[in-house]
Design a binder for this molecule. Structure first.
Ligand code: FAD
Length: 220
């Protein structure tokens, strides 16, 4: 992990930091840089804690940068992030990252907070007829579900621990494994934990998707 000395960053006032589901927060601050949908920023509250990376969830032209994060109770940074109030200082790096490619009718597959870069693409008007497949343990963790529902009909929620007829029962990997009319020529974008990305990539390859058609952003 880089240190703050390796990064260009500024200290910005928090605008909002709201808990939207148990342990999940939307943090926002005024945008003072340009970015490309899919990029990340490093965040911090003190230089003594190494920077952690977060996908930008807002649109490229939005007034505020929005970050969706989940608190790791035994983590170093997120328990401190969760205490931030409007007006508090936040260290924010310049944006960077290459998870930014787009083409027509892409397939986005995310678990948990990994949905954020795809929200950014949609809010930036860079997503043309995408299929969005989101995995979560309980219904309240389908972040941005209203926006995705309003955006298009190819929105599939995979719920691993609930029994709601409107939702696919199981994880995103279970969905991919039973997906009969999957198009191997589309581009597949995966975002989530290393385990989720590797399992999903293997399931896609087993369905005939070429490796070159799979792009991933791993949250570690
Ligand atoms: C490209 C990228 C984008 C990301 N985007 C997001 C995002 O949009 N939203 C989001 O919520 N997260 C995102 N993450 C994850 C984020 O950067 C942090 O890792 C996460 O928020 C946890 O930070 P923390 O300091 O609270 O926990 P950490 O202190 O980093 O700990 C995380 C977990 O690892 C365990 N751990 C720590 N050190 C060790 C060790 N030595 N051995 C074993 N276990 C250990 C801890 O107990 C804890 O459970 C992203 C990561 C990457 C790489």
């Amino acid at each position: 992990m880089k240190t703050w000395d390796d990064l260009k960053y500024s200290t910005i006032s928090v605008y909002r930091n709201n808990e939207i589901a148990e342990g999940a927060y939307l943090l926002s601050f005024k945008r003072n840089f340009n970015f490309v949908a899919g990029q990340v920023v490093a965040l911090g509250v003190t230089p003594t804690i190494a920077p952690r990376l977060y996908s930008i969830a807002s649109g490229e032209n939005d007034e505020f940068i929005e970050i969706l994060y989940s608190e790791k109770l035994d983590g170093s940074l997120t328990p401190m992030l969760s205490l931030l109030k409007p007006g508090d200082n936040l260290m924010v790096s310049e944006p960077f990252g290459t998870f930014t490619q787009t083409s027509k009718s892409d397939v986005y597959i995310a678990a948990g907070t990994g949905i954020a870069p795809f929200m950014s693409r949609i809010r930036s008007a860079k997503a043309e007829n995408p299929t969005v497949i989101h995995g979560a343990s309980y219904p309240e963790f389908f972040y941005y579900n209203k926006e995705f529902e309003n955006f298009g009909r190819n929105y599939i929620r995979c719920c691993s621990r609930c029994s709601d007829d409107q939702l696919f029962q199981g994880r995103v990997t279970d969905y991919v494994k039973q997906w009969s009319n999957l198009d191997p020529n589309k581009k597949y974008y995966l975002c989530g934990s290393a385990e989720m990305v590797v399992e999903t990539r293997d399931a896609l390859i087993a369905k005939g998707v070429p490796f070159a058609n799979i792009n991933a952003e791993i949250y570690f």
